[in-house]
Design a protein around this ligand. Sequence first.
Ligand code: GAR
Length: 329
Amino acid sequence: MADTNAETSPAKAKVAVFVSGTGTNMAALLYASRLPGAAYEIVLVAANDADAGGLQIAATEGVATFALSHKGMSRADHDAAMEKAALDAGAQYIALAGYMRILSPGFVQRWEGRMLNIHPSLLPQYTGLDTHARAIEAGDAHGGVSVHLVTEELDAGEILGQIAVAIMPGDTPDTLAARVRLAEHQLYPRVLGDYVSRGSDPRHLLERLRALALALPQTHERESHGAPGFRVGSEKSGKYFAHFSDRHHGTPHISLLVKCSGMDELEHFVETQPEAYHKPAYYGASGWIGIILNRPGLDWEAVDEWLQRSWRQVAPKSVTRLLDAADEF
Ligand code: GAR
């Protein structure tokens, strides 16, 4: 069906999928990406084996493919060639789907936070190979599957989602693997879709903001006009240093409102960086600036700095004095 609302629907995230074999997870990701409203599209399927079944499925479905055997190549060179193919295809994320290669540290670092993997166990249990045999051997009640972010340590990055799969009496590694595969095909498209949408998901943005705001000394959360707000000082006499605003008063922005030094600074930021700052309704008039959170490339360290600055402006002197003294050491 044609998208009649193209202006309001966010651009789809571009994903390259790396496979080594059959590619059933790649196929699950691909077909899910063709559902209405999907958050991502697959721009490339790449393999380290030209005979990988996944390549044939992708080609038949009209998806670009790339194959390069790793044989006779250094790990870093092979990774770099695969990475180049992904970048040339415009990929913003890489989804490893049965890609049976250890990756070089430089490659992993360059894609930190943008590379996901599916692993057939309930991590942190059973990293590495033969996961189903090990779960059966141990007498576990469940095997399962995890999707996680890729970090340098094997199968150890942040777990983004899991499904447990009950082990039946008489299960062999193959029979268990077949049921885990069904769970994999449910899990991966959902987790990938949610992950690439995080930057525009108010629940996720608020969760991150809350963690930063409440990490500052003597803070607590208190609703203000129906929206989350953060105060410093006692429950009784605390003052607001931050508000969370989810597309209020007809703006498309999900934003953090913080105190800036005054109207001049506010107008300056809003004029020179309108993609990052806005003047919020009502609050703007009293020197609160809106820092837009639902935008690509948001720098959370900068958000943290704004929070700290606002906190300092509002916090009682008795608290800031202690911090100033600590800063001198
Ligand atoms: C899947 O079971 C996946 O979890 C596993 O390889 C299989 C690939 O199947 N991945 C790993 O073991 C990674 N260490 P597929 O090619 O049909 O998607």
